[in-house]
Design a protein around this ligand. Structure first.
Ligand code: DX5
Ligand code: ZN
Length: 213
């Protein structure tokens, strides 16, 4: 299981220490939420923050773009250190172009699905997709409860991968804690994104171990 602590839940006054802690605790990815106040009613990190933290960490930077027309900002996020870029299916008509840029630049290409978007919409891109992000909350805020409807959607993503002979990782984002992590794992998730359950815990190592178990 790949664990991707979500930086949005970290103490923003000491991001580098927070990142170092989860890196030392054995996280594989760092999930970085980007919000534009349009696609979601909130704001968060931009490319300048990415560039700052890139110098402090070797983690895989798993950048989740919750922004309208993400193709406008792909280049700065790649340049400043993204290892994977995940865009929302609902926010763009340019998935082919985005997939092409990611391939050219050697960055993983991810697509996120809002909880109400059918999993089947991704079928035309399964052969170029590296990460399928199944949202288990309404995007925009951390600390929300996991939507149980996500579990059959993870299963569907896995069945689709088998049927299409694809190789994308299935990632789950929102309300992931030790209990819901177990449901995600059983359903076939490969990557767990977790904000509050990691950064609100005193002992980050213990928190990651509980998610992995
Ligand atoms: C919400 C973000 C999530 C969020 C998860 O829009 O995409 O990554 O930070 O936070 P928790 O784990 O607290 O639900
Ligand atoms: Zn996210």
């Amino acid at each position: 299981m790949i664990l991707s602590p979500s930086l949005f839940a970290a103490d923003a006054g000491r991001l580098d220490e927070e990142i170092a802690q989860v890196e030392q605790a054995g996280a594989e990815y760092l999930h970085i939420d980007v919000m534009d106040g349009m696609f979601v009613p909130n704001l968060s990190f931009g490319p300048n923050i990415l560039s700052g933290i890139r110098r402090k960490s070797r983690l895989f930077f798993d950048v989740h773009l919750m922004i309208e027309k993400p193709e406008r900002f792909l280049e700065p996020f790649i340049r400043e250190g993204a290892d994977g870029v995940t865009v929302h299916y609902e926010a763009t008509d340019a998935l082919d172009e985005i997939a092409g840029i990611c391939r050219e630049r050697g960055v993983k290409f991810g697509v996120a699905l809002h909880p109400r978007t059918p999993v089947s919409v991704i079928e035309p891109w399964t052969d170029v997709l590296d990460i399928l992000l199944v949202m288990s909350i309404e995007p925009g805020f951390g600390g929300q409860a996991f939507m149980p409807e996500a579990v059959p959607r993870i299963r569907e993503a896995k069945a689709l991968r088998e049927r299409k002979n694809a190789r994308y990782l299935i990632s789950v984002d929102g309300g992931v804690n030790p209990e819901t992590a177990a449901l995600c794992r059983e359903a076939g998730a490969d990557v767990l994104v977790a904000g509050s359950s990691v950064f609100r815990a005193q002992d980050r190592k213990a928190a990651l171990e509980l998610l992995r178990r």
